[in-house]
Ligand binder design. Structure first.
Ligand code: AMP
Ligand code: GLY
Length: 441
């Protein structure tokens, strides 16, 4: 029997997940909640918010959904996985307890310290004056991180005492993101990269490495964004670096979470930095990266339905981690369910087209044309990040609007193809960075 799949989320990352699932011979139909105008071509969009756990649960039961896959952290952190599991439904994603690896900077720091995972030294504070005295007694820049979800705005790299004081004041006295603590950590330098893996308890199944470009403008200038482009693979990471990151970072954190009683069952995202002192963790996320997913999943040759269901099957109890329990109640080692992951040798590189003004304020509702023309080249994929369809037109509907991904025999070819496709897309209110991949090209 072919499977019914529900994907929760609506941005470019979910479009890439839906696109990859739609290549699976086992999948009969995909629903996506809430989805977007691009996703609608491959899935039936359901007008439910990604955090509407009870609505999504009722929908999954009514439709007889075989497997649910969760994209955004917001849905995970409100406990969608816990609710689906309690109802006996298969779901790919971490429990609320496991999402603390992303939602609490302090939890992540304590875990890394306890399990010897390399990261910047830190201290955490709830008192403004103590935090300020500590920061002022140390070298600048200072890295200040609000201990909670802050929509990507909770990290401040303060260049001097004035900036540090303003940030601490906002986080600890004005409680700009709510009541919480602040982690102060040492400033690291070096290129950042993203290491994503499918994780089932202690078992870590790595994906190819990728790199995001967080700043809004060319040359890595301007404000931080959700990501303006990405590419994969990464020539500047050696085999030795990779082994180190896998063995000393990704596997130990998975084992640590099992030991803490909150095992992973989903994607672990390591935001890593290649510093002069070796590879260190900048952050962990409990989900696929965006825009990294849009360049990594197109390289997956294995049936992703098998991958998601292997991780999602079975219980969450620690005993069940030793062997996952299949539908008939037999204990099967998860490693037997998990197919061997195969990845294409082709390189991928993608440009994000964002609304003028993003990440600050911007207008929406501008018509986008030329998408079909751009898609004529078979090696091009266009993922919708923030669009909507209205009277037969595709309109801009978000800060990040589209991601145009090219693939080719190497990064240069992937870049040239993607750039040629971007040039065919017309819209009065979009901008993009032309220098994606500048670290290596
Ligand atoms: P985070 O949300 O923790 O990933 O931080 C956002 C961005 O701030 C990272 O992608 C880095 O570019 C930067 N950052 C965070 N922590 C550090 C650090 N310890 N040293 C230097 N840069 C950092
Ligand atoms: N690309 C960064 C993130 O997904 O958090």
């Amino acid at each position: 029997m072919k499977k019914k799949v529900l994907v929760v989320g609506g941005g470019g990352r979910c479009h890439a997940i839906v696109d990859t699932l739609s290549r699976s011979p086992q999948v009969a139909k995909i629903w996506c909640a809430p989805g977007n105008a691009g996703i609608a071509a491959q899935a039936e969009c359901v007008p439910l918010k990604d955090t509407d756990v009870s609505g999504l649960l009722s929908f999954a039961k009514e439709q007889g959904i075989d497997l649910t896959v969760v994209g955004p952290e917001a849905a995970l952190s409100v406990g969608i996985v816990d609710a689906f599991r309690a109802a006996g439904l298969a779901i790919f994603g971490h429990t609320q307890a496991a999402t603390r690896i992303e939602s609490s900077k302090e939890f992540a720091k304590i875990l890394m310290e306890k399990y010897g995972i390399p990261t910047a030294d830190y201290r955490s504070f709830s008192d403004f004056q103590e935090a300020l005295d500590y920061v002022n007694a140390r070298p600048f820049p200072a890295v200040l991180k609000y201990d909670g979800l802050a929509a990507g705005k909770g990290v401040v790299i303060a260049a001097n005492p004035q900036e540090a004081e303003a940030a601490l004041r906002s986080m600890l006295l004005d409680e700009a993101f709510g009541k919480g603590r602040v982690v102060v950590e040492d400033h690291l330098t070096g290129p950042e990269f993203s290491f994503m893996a499918f994780v089932d308890g202690e078992r870590v199944y790595p994906m190819p490495l990728s790199q995001d470009h967080k700043r809004a403008f060319e040359g890595d200038k301007g404000p931080n964004t959700g990501g303006m482009g990405a590419y994969s693979p990464l020539p500047f990471i050696t085999d030795e670096d990779y082994e180190y990151a896998l063995e000393k970072i990704m596997k130990p954190v998975a084992a640590g979470m099992v030991a803490e009683g909150c095992p992973f069952k989903g994607v672990l995202y390591g935001g890593l930095m290649k510093t002069p002192q070796g590879i260190k963790v900048v952050e962990f996320n409990c989900r696929f990266g965006d825009p990294e997913t849009e360049v990594v999943l197109p390289r997956l040759k294995t049936d992703i339905y098998e991958v998601f269901s292997a991780v999602a099957e079975g219980g969450t109890s620690l005993e069940a981690l030793e062997g996952t329990i299949d539908r008939e109640g037999k204990v099967v080692p998860a490693s037997e369910l998990m197919p061997e992951l195969e990845w294409s040798d082709e390189a991928t590189l993608g440009f994000v087209l964002a609304s003028r003004g993003y990440p600050g304020s911007y207008s929406k509702g501008f018509e986008i044309s030329g998408l079909e023309d751009a898609l004529e080249e078979p090696s091009i994929r266009i993922y919708h990040m923030g669009t909507k369809a209205e009277s037969g037109q595709i309109l801009t509907a978000g800060g990040r609007v589209l991601m145009v991904v090219g693939s080719g025999k190497d990064l240069r070819e992937a870049r040239d193809k993607a750039l040629a496709a971007v040039r065919k897309i017309h819209c009065d209110n979009l901008f993009f960075r032309t220098d994606i991949g500048h670290w290596v090209l």
